[in-house]
Design a binder for this molecule. Sequence first.
Ligand code: NAD
Length: 511
Amino acid sequence: MKSALDKLGITGEIGGAAIGGVWRKTEGKSLTVTSPIDRRSLGVVRECAPADVNAVVDAASEAFLKWRIVPAPRRGEFVRRVGEKLRQHKTDLGEIVSLEAGKITAEAQGEVQEMIDICDFAVGLSRQLYGLTIASERSGHRMMEQWHPLGPVGVITAFNFPVAVWAWNAALAWVCGDPVIWKPSEKTPLCAVAVQRIVSEVMNEMPDVPPGIACLAIGDRHSVGEPLTASEKVPLISATGSVRMGREIAQVVAKRLGRSLLELGGNNGLILTPTADLDLATRAIVFAAVGTCGQRCTSLRRLIVHESRKDEIMRRLTTIYGRLKIGDPMQEGVLVGPLIDEGAFTAMEHALGSATRAGGRVFGGERVTQNVPKGGAYVHPAIVEITPDAAIVKEETFAPILYVMTYKDFQDAIDIHNSVPQGLSSAVFTGDLREAELFLSPAGSDCGIANVNIGTSGAEIGGAFGGEKQTGGGRESGSDAWKTYMRRATNTINYSRELPLAQGISFDVGP
Ligand code: NAD
């Protein structure tokens, strides 16, 4: 039987750049991709050199001239067909996500479903993209705004959502009339190759679509990331990854006065109040803290619990943590797969060491070596009782560590919650309307996502996704996030025979 990799054309040495369905023989170094499950080799990619990136950017720029004048609903038809192909390939693509990113099957399939959902959303959007009409102060005048395509969008993605984040960007960018140049994480390039193959199937069916609207450039931050972000021909860089990466990219893009959309690290908190439904809360906490082995930007990292409920929630969490099935993410029943690599394990060890030195009490966190595939970095998710002022609590460690701290008064809980530099996702579990509304109010959570009686992870695509402070301020996906992918033109039309000036200015130049 053919494997998912074979079915999606991942065989032999793959060129690191593609313009639609045309693969380019690239000049960069050879990259052997291994699985975090057991470090077996999955494929070989020849990375891009900077010259390859320039060729891809030129192809996207050329495609833009055609794509921007294609009616938006026709662009939507392309996205509709991409969504259909994703439905057909869902199982295989999900399998590649599991193999390359180490996600359990349910979460990998869910990630592909998210791609399908955003395609559906974008198809509807392709018949909207509306501007306003605005009352003019001058008689015989009309004012309006239009949204026009922006140009090629560079999409830089992280390893932990190796396909969905691209789809959030690409589906919107395409209906907005923009080509997409994708720089996937060097840890998960094969997912990108598989998606590119799927998109090129649609291109075969729609020969009028310029191939340069879907470009791929595989390589690391130096060979691809830096030339892409520095390119004047790419008006928008949408980058998902660490705060360090966002800081570097923001400066490069700002220097050329380009636009950046940043989706960076989170350090997400959940407040557990005296009136919380503990059954709901326990399930939400465990999913958010250990799902994707703690490697989601929205993973729950801080539990801020009322002192009256700490013992009960600790008892429940330690019981569930003790029976979590850890191992091969593609095996049924497993809930916690591997960390992405040894570097992630070392970062987790360091964080737990710092927490202990700061007086934290650590449960779990050990390496798992029994009944797991050899070669992968498997860990027991950790729970750490600690005080909120410990320095390590302010950092995002991309691993399953849940810091638990207590509060007495709800206002203190909000203060603790907001005392970290990141601002992505947040939640409160409460039955008290006043607490819920305060948490959602301007004096409550300072995050881009604030939930009541729902955990911090697992957002739907219909809302705008992103966060504040060091999370970068970008918004992707639903609501009006599409506006970042377009340029706004304000138009004033004079249908009178006079030329009145705004603000009543008189400027008499004679007859
Ligand atoms: P990372 O920052 O190491 O890399 C992300 C991507 O940026 C990769 O493709 C990498 O090659 C590229 N990159 C890094 N430095 C660059 C530079 N100077 N110029 C251009 N490109 C550069 O992140 P990671 O380890 O792959 O992912 C984990 C991080 O991503 C976590 O911090 C997580 O919170 C964050 N993340 C955020 C969101 C969000 O929506 N806010 C979603 C997923 C992941």
